[in-house]
Design a protein around this ligand. Structure first.
Ligand SMILES: Cc1ncc(COP(=O)(O)O)c(C=O)c1O
Length: 458
């Protein structure tokens, strides 16, 4: 029997959950072109679309919002955030941004001149799009185990270091302006990266003088999983692990909407004074002055407080425990998922869930639609809709190795009975999986098409 970890908080404010009928959901999803991004939130019962910007803030954070000093430059909330960034990450030079992609567009706007190659263990969709939009190549170099849903390697998010070395030698150091590592590795199932892998990546890059940037959205969950799974870290605090990890980094981007426990906000940091100057100039052009970066000062205060709360180990035990609980309940029902579960989400393996659907009929998207119809659960496709690429020369479509459905659990929002409901609905859909029909794409945009695509049922 799956064990549930006690919530280390009491609930002070509540929000009503919408309950809908099957007939109503059929109408809502048809009108949305079978794309859950186009559904109104009020038609969703359990919202597992994303863990990004969906956290419940604490009373301490809400109190901090009232202490926002809304002056244009040099607010006290910026200086508080600066002290927290220095304390947790050990970086002196940073700017706030409105969210993760704000940091990405500023960074790549400065370093990614057309024709460069930027490797990552696995790029997330916005990172890839920001790199490609500037005429660069975004390369994924995750270890092979990361693409095997049933392989129980403890750090499936790791970088393939041999492949990275080969790439640098073939491409030329001058064509690789930086290397990124996404922790946890969201696109392959929220899988963590080991400290050893980060250390080795840094050791490879140092002689070439190539900077290592961390995509730090879920760094606290990654550091907690290092504490739990990597030899030599069991007795270290998550904060001490974070300090060691960021000591290997030359910079980082962060969507604070994840492990910053805020509804909006991001960070961009570097150790390089010349790069920092360029970053500040570009930030002023696109996001705002360097002491607010596109955010209200009250949001900076909530971020400073949220960053500290996300390192509370009772919170992290509950948080990662919630993900493991849902995964175990699904495994008990025989549902195919990516194993072992990572830090923020459970990923259903749509290829094994719906083997009767070819990739051209978007099995993961079809499963997302089935979950919504069955129980008003909103999950998200991470498969062919998000990542398939058309070969410009042949017109052929290349599908990604994985067809996943991500059930991302918002932080501090849902309780055990919500997870039990989700597990029961998914088990029911799995028992009746032969009835799930594929989808045909009828409308798409050239970039980030999953946000606006429309489908019809096959
Ligand atoms: C790994 C990763 N990087 C970057 C981003 C982009 O962050 P944002 O949505 O705040 O722009 C996300 C968002 O989900 C992410 O998961």
């Amino acid at each position: 029997m799956a064990q549930y970890t006690f919530e280390p908080f009491k609930i002070k404010a509540v929000e009503t959950i919408p309950l809908t009928t099957h007939a109503a959901r059929e109408r809502f999803i048809r009108d949305a072109g079978y794309n859950i991004f186009l559904l109104a939130g009020e038609t969703v019962t359990i919202d597992f679309l994303t863990d990004s910007g969906t956290s419940a803030m604490s009373d301490h954070q809400w109190a901090g919002m009232m202490e926002g000093d809304e002056c244009y430059a040099g607010s006290r909330n910026f200086f508080h955030l600066q002290a927290v960034v220095r304390d947790i990450f050990g970086f002196e030079r940073f700017v706030p941004t409105h969210q993760g992609r704000g940091a990405e567009q500023v960074l790549f706007g400065v370093v990614a001149h057309p024709g460069k190659v930027i490797p990552n263990n696995t790029h997330f969709d916005t990172t890839r799009a920001n790199i490609e939009a500037r005429g660069n190549t975004a390369l994924d170099l995750v270890i092979p185990e990361g693409l095997e849903p049933t392989n129980r390697h403890p750090f499936k998010g790791n970088m393939n270091i041999a492949a990275l070395r080969q790439l640098i030698e073939q491409t030329g150091v001058e064509n690789v302006p930086l290397v990124m590592m996404t922790i946890t590795n969201n696109a392959v199932g929220g899988q963590p990266v080991s400290m050893a892998n980060i250390r080795e990546t840094k050791a490879l890059l140092a002689p070439y003088g190539i900077p290592l940037f961390i995509d730090a959205c879920r760094y606290a969950e990654n550091c907690y999983l290092i504490q739990q799974r990597e030899e030599g870290y069991r007795d270290k605090s998550v904060k001490a692990i974070a300090r060691e990890l960021f000591a290997y980094a030359d910079g980082f981007t962060m969507s604070a909407k994840k492990d910053g426990l805020v509804n909006i906000g991001g960070l961009l940091a570097t150790r390089d004074p010349a790069l920092f100057e360029q970053i500040q100039n570009r930030l002023i052009l696109t996001e705002g002055f360097p002491t607010y970066g596109g955010l209200a000062r009250r949001d900076l205060e909530a971020m400073a407080r949220g960053l500290e709360e996300a390192l509370d180990e009772n919170y992290l035990t509950y948080r990662v425990g919630q993900v493991r609980y849902l995964a175990e309940r699904l495994l008990e029902a025989g549902v195919p998922i990516v194993e072992p579960p990572g830090g923020h989400a459970v990923f259903l393996d749509a290829k094994r869930f719906l083997p009767h659907l070819p990739q051209s009929q978007f099995p993961a998207q079809a499963l997302v639609v089935a979950l919504y119809l069955a129980g008003g659960i909103r999950a998200v496709e991470i498969g062919g809709v998000m990542f398939a690429q058309k070969d410009a020369a042949t017109g052929e479509t290349h599908y990604p190795a994985l067809e996943l459905v991500r059930l991302a659990i918002p932080r501090r929002v849902y309780t055990q009975s919500h997870l039990d409901y989700v597990a029961e609905v998914i088990a029911r859909v799995y028992a009746e999986r032969q009835q799930v029909r594929g989808l045909r794409l009828v409308y798409e945009q050239p970039r980030l098409r999953h946000f606006t695509a429309r489908f019809e049922m096959v």
